[in-house]
Design a protein around this ligand. Sequence first.
Ligand SMILES: NC(=O)c1ccc[n+]([C@@H]2O[C@H](COP(=O)([O-])OP(=O)(O)OC[C@H]3O[C@@H](n4cnc5c(N)ncnc54)[C@H](O)[C@@H]3O)[C@@H](O)[C@H]2O)c1
Ligand SMILES: [Zn+2]
Length: 361
Amino acid sequence: MSDLQIISVPLGTRSYDIEVGFENLEHIGSFLNAFQPISTVVILTDDNVIRYDYAHRVAESIAETGIDVHLLSVAAGEQSKTIETASTLWETLLEEGIDRKSVLISVGGGVIGDLGGFIAATYARGIRFFQVPTTLLAQVDSSVGGKVGIDLPKAKNMVGAFLQPLGVLIDTKTLQTLPEDQYRSGLGEVVKYGVSLDAELFQFLEKNTEKINIRDSVILKQIVADCCRIKADIVVEDEFETTGRRVLLNYGHTFAHAFEIQSHFMLLHGLAVSIGAICAARLAVRMGFIDETFLQRQIRFHQNLGLPTEIPNSIDWRQTIELMRHDKKSEFGKLRFVLPTGIGSCRLIDHVDSSLLEQGL
Ligand SMILES: NC(=O)c1ccc[n+]([C@@H]2O[C@H](COP(=O)([O-])OP(=O)(O)OC[C@H]3O[C@@H](n4cnc5c(N)ncnc54)[C@H](O)[C@@H]3O)[C@@H](O)[C@H]2O)c1
Ligand SMILES: [Zn+2]
């Protein structure tokens, strides 16, 4: 339980700490105690995660401090990020007498983080929020940065808010129970940070692929902490996504979103990002930003981590280009990509000429 890493996210009155450790789930009680007075804690989790006891252990640790704890669970998966689930949760909170001195804690993956944060941002005009992410994707990405929300039937993450949590507690031991495909999906985001934003992380990952593949706890703790630090630094510079800095977190994502839509979201997000990152690197070679040697090194690196690099046969290229023109993050039908310019560096390129893509990549 030693060797905790604490990452501060300095955002003025919304500043908070991210604690990254191994077997540190039981720290939650004392972590939260600093935010007294707290009338009640509501723990939100999902029907998968609840089987592993993480939410119960969080509940026990808080109950030991004398705070009243309620545990709520929703169906696992994206299907719960809806207005219907949100509405049921609002009603439940009301019935259980949750007030503005309460804290809502999400214990689960990105779905529970986004949904729980949305409930916290809206119920009673806002209650305090805390994150205990249990998937690799949530630990390195969705629990950091304050974006919370739900989906509309035709658009993911379309309704939401910016809500920074009181804190984030990450226990990388929870990753041991993660299904293999979910673990790989999280690695897709980890690789993104290394390739596009941090050369040191890239080299560390490249050196440690075997340990990463067996989920070595020391290595994982280091990687999760590094990714949180990288994302936190960017969020601090561009909390509300207005300066363009935060867009740099989207390497591989323009392609990934188009692939996810065409697969009807059967392709996991981080795996789509992995393929998208290689597509973006191929485009960067075509535009002269990087050379073929770097591209081949990146492809080998993804493959050594069991990450996909080829576009699935089921994907239609013309439709991919059309979807990318209308990506939520593109403006006025322009093709816009974050492209690598070297190891650990990238640039946002607006107005990419579609003729560069028409023949495929
Ligand atoms: N807010 C943000 O900035 C942000 C960023 C990226 C992604 N997201 C959102 O995150 C969501 C995806 O998150 P996700 O990939 O964590 O999906 P998820 O929350 O659906 O979790 C994936 C699966 O793993 C299970 N699970 C979670 N922890 C487990 C554990 N420790 N052991 C075993 N099983 C476990 C869950 O029950 C679920 O079935 C999407 O809705 C996406 O929009 C948000
Ligand atoms: Zn992503």
